[in-house]
Ligand binder design. Structure first.
Ligand SMILES: *[C@@H]1O[C@H](CO)[C@@H](O)[C@H](O)[C@H]1NC(C)=O
Length: 116
């Protein structure tokens, strides 16, 4: 059977002057189709209530998968199924992806103070 590869990179908000630190793991993962994988992000500043997941397929631009704030996930068009956003605490958020062919991508998270 084919194996899909998902690559995760650290999103390092080096430009942020107030120094919120975001950690993303795992760095990469591979899993066969018909399974699901989880990726996580952690930020050390509780003020950053708005969380985001993006992905970038090779040769394409960055696309917003959805946002998550105050325990309420909001999926973008085209990501309503197969992508589940969750969070058990204010500082950590999780994206669960159903693995299928063509889903290989770089997945990135971000956090912000406002819904921009
Ligand atoms: C988060 O971590 C960064 C880098 O270590 C640090 O500069 C910042 O003060 C931390 N923020 C909080 C709220 O602890």
């Amino acid at each position: 059977p084919t194996v899909s590869l998902l690559f995760f990179f650290l999103f390092s908000p080096a430009d942020f002057s107030d120094g919120v630190l975001i950690t993303q793991w795992p760095k990469y993962i591979s899993s066969p189709p018909e399974t699901s994988v989880e990726m996580h992000c952690y930020q050390n500043d509780t003020d950053y209530d708005y969380k985001y997941w993006y992905r970038q397929i090779r040769g394409e631009g960055l696309v917003l998968i959805g946002s998550y704030n105050f325990n309420s996930p909001s999926s973008e068009k085209g990501f309503e199924t197969g992508f589940t956003m969750s969070g058990t605490e204010t500082k950590k958020w999780t994206l669960t992806v159903d693995v299928k062919e063509g889903i290989d991508a770089v997945y990135l998270c971000a956090a912000s103070l406002h819904s921009e």
